[in-house]
Ligand binder design. Structure first.
Ligand code: 5GP
Length: 126
Protein backbone atom coordinates (compact mmCIF):
# COMPACT_ATOMS: atom_id res chain seq x y z
CA UNK A 1 0.00 0.00 0.00
CA UNK A 2 1.35 3.42 -0.93
CA UNK A 3 1.77 6.16 1.65
CA UNK A 4 -1.08 8.67 1.60
CA UNK A 5 0.14 12.18 2.43
CA UNK A 6 -2.42 14.55 3.95
CA UNK A 7 -1.50 18.03 2.76
CA UNK A 8 -3.74 19.58 5.42
CA UNK A 9 -1.45 18.43 8.26
CA UNK A 10 -0.07 21.16 10.51
CA UNK A 11 3.51 20.92 9.26
CA UNK A 12 2.37 21.19 5.63
CA UNK A 13 0.59 24.40 6.67
CA UNK A 14 3.77 25.64 8.35
CA UNK A 15 5.74 24.90 5.17
CA UNK A 16 3.20 26.88 3.12
CA UNK A 17 3.51 29.81 5.55
CA UNK A 18 -0.13 29.46 6.68
CA UNK A 19 0.91 28.93 10.32
CA UNK A 20 3.83 30.80 11.92
CA UNK A 21 6.83 29.03 13.39
CA UNK A 22 10.01 29.91 15.22
CA UNK A 23 12.64 28.85 12.72
CA UNK A 24 15.99 27.53 13.89
CA UNK A 25 17.35 26.65 10.45
CA UNK A 26 16.10 26.62 6.87
CA UNK A 27 17.92 24.97 3.98
CA UNK A 28 16.95 24.06 0.43
CA UNK A 29 15.08 20.89 1.45
CA UNK A 30 14.68 21.20 5.23
CA UNK A 31 13.04 23.36 7.89
CA UNK A 32 13.83 23.22 11.61
CA UNK A 33 11.67 25.06 14.14
CA UNK A 34 10.87 25.05 17.85
CA UNK A 35 8.19 22.71 19.16
CA UNK A 36 5.12 24.64 20.30
CA UNK A 37 4.94 22.50 23.47
CA UNK A 38 8.57 21.94 24.42
CA UNK A 39 9.31 18.86 26.52
CA UNK A 40 12.85 20.00 27.35
CA UNK A 41 14.86 23.26 27.29
CA UNK A 42 15.88 22.36 23.74
CA UNK A 43 13.05 20.92 21.63
CA UNK A 44 13.43 21.41 17.90
CA UNK A 45 11.46 19.70 15.13
CA UNK A 46 13.27 19.04 11.85
CA UNK A 47 11.17 18.36 8.77
CA UNK A 48 11.88 17.82 5.11
CA UNK A 49 10.08 20.22 2.76
CA UNK A 50 8.92 17.29 0.64
CA UNK A 51 5.69 15.38 1.25
CA UNK A 52 6.92 12.46 3.36
CA UNK A 53 4.87 10.82 6.08
CA UNK A 54 7.55 9.06 8.11
CA UNK A 55 11.26 8.39 8.28
CA UNK A 56 11.02 5.08 6.43
CA UNK A 57 8.94 6.75 3.68
CA UNK A 58 11.59 9.46 3.30
CA UNK A 59 14.55 7.09 3.50
CA UNK A 60 13.06 4.82 0.83
CA UNK A 61 11.84 7.43 -1.66
CA UNK A 62 13.49 10.84 -1.20
CA UNK A 63 16.22 11.98 -3.57
CA UNK A 64 19.87 11.76 -2.54
CA UNK A 65 19.97 15.56 -2.40
CA UNK A 66 17.03 15.69 0.01
CA UNK A 67 18.49 12.97 2.23
CA UNK A 68 21.90 14.63 2.39
CA UNK A 69 20.38 18.04 3.05
CA UNK A 70 18.11 16.69 5.79
CA UNK A 71 20.84 14.68 7.50
CA UNK A 72 23.28 17.58 7.46
CA UNK A 73 20.55 19.91 8.77
CA UNK A 74 20.11 17.62 11.79
CA UNK A 75 23.83 17.98 12.54
CA UNK A 76 23.65 21.74 12.09
CA UNK A 77 20.71 22.05 14.47
CA UNK A 78 22.60 20.06 17.12
CA UNK A 79 25.48 22.48 16.66
CA UNK A 80 23.26 25.60 16.77
CA UNK A 81 21.48 24.37 19.89
CA UNK A 82 24.71 23.42 21.64
CA UNK A 83 23.78 19.81 22.38
CA UNK A 84 26.50 17.88 20.54
CA UNK A 85 27.93 15.22 22.87
CA UNK A 86 31.51 15.96 21.85
CA UNK A 87 31.33 19.44 23.35
CA UNK A 88 28.12 19.49 25.42
CA UNK A 89 25.72 17.18 27.24
CA UNK A 90 24.04 15.47 24.31
CA UNK A 91 20.46 15.06 23.14
CA UNK A 92 17.79 12.56 22.21
CA UNK A 93 16.58 12.19 18.63
CA UNK A 94 13.08 10.75 18.24
CA UNK A 95 10.96 10.15 15.16
CA UNK A 96 7.51 8.76 15.86
CA UNK A 97 5.70 6.90 13.07
CA UNK A 98 2.16 5.62 12.82
CA UNK A 99 -0.20 4.41 15.50
CA UNK A 100 2.23 2.39 17.61
CA UNK A 101 4.81 5.16 17.34
CA UNK A 102 2.14 7.61 18.56
CA UNK A 103 2.72 10.04 15.70
CA UNK A 104 0.40 13.04 15.92
CA UNK A 105 1.47 14.96 12.83
CA UNK A 106 1.70 12.83 9.65
CA UNK A 107 4.65 14.68 8.10
CA UNK A 108 8.13 13.32 8.84
CA UNK A 109 9.78 15.09 11.74
CA UNK A 110 12.58 14.28 14.08
CA UNK A 111 12.52 15.76 17.56
CA UNK A 112 15.84 16.96 18.98
CA UNK A 113 15.50 17.12 22.75
CA UNK A 114 18.21 18.38 25.03
CA UNK A 115 19.18 20.70 27.82
CA UNK A 116 18.21 18.22 30.52
CA UNK A 117 18.68 14.55 31.27
CA UNK A 118 15.96 12.49 29.58
CA UNK A 119 13.88 9.80 31.25
CA UNK A 120 13.49 6.21 30.13
CA UNK A 121 13.63 5.77 26.39
CA UNK A 122 10.25 4.04 26.14
CA UNK A 123 7.96 4.78 29.07
CA UNK A 124 4.83 2.65 29.48
CA UNK A 125 1.87 3.61 27.29
CA UNK A 126 -0.83 5.61 29.04
P1 5GP B 1 4.56 13.69 17.14
O1 5GP B 1 3.69 13.21 18.27
O2 5GP B 1 3.80 13.66 15.83
O3 5GP B 1 5.87 13.00 17.08
O4 5GP B 1 4.94 15.19 17.49
C1 5GP B 1 4.27 16.30 16.97
C2 5GP B 1 4.86 17.52 17.65
O5 5GP B 1 4.42 18.66 16.97
C3 5GP B 1 4.45 17.68 19.13
O6 5GP B 1 5.62 17.71 19.95
C4 5GP B 1 3.71 19.01 19.14
O7 5GP B 1 3.95 19.76 20.30
C5 5GP B 1 4.22 19.70 17.90
N1 5GP B 1 3.29 20.62 17.29
C6 5GP B 1 1.97 20.40 17.03
N2 5GP B 1 1.43 21.46 16.44
C7 5GP B 1 2.42 22.38 16.31
C8 5GP B 1 2.46 23.70 15.75
O8 5GP B 1 1.47 24.24 15.26
N3 5GP B 1 3.66 24.34 15.80
C9 5GP B 1 4.77 23.77 16.35
N4 5GP B 1 5.90 24.48 16.34
N5 5GP B 1 4.77 22.53 16.86
C10 5GP B 1 3.59 21.85 16.85
Amino acid sequence: MAYAYDDQNIFAKILRGEIPNTTVLETEHTLAFRDIEPQAPVHVLIIPKGAYVSYDHFAATASDAEIIDYTRAIAKVCEIEGVKPDSAEGYRLISNAGVHGVQDVPHLHVHILGGRRMGRMVPPAT
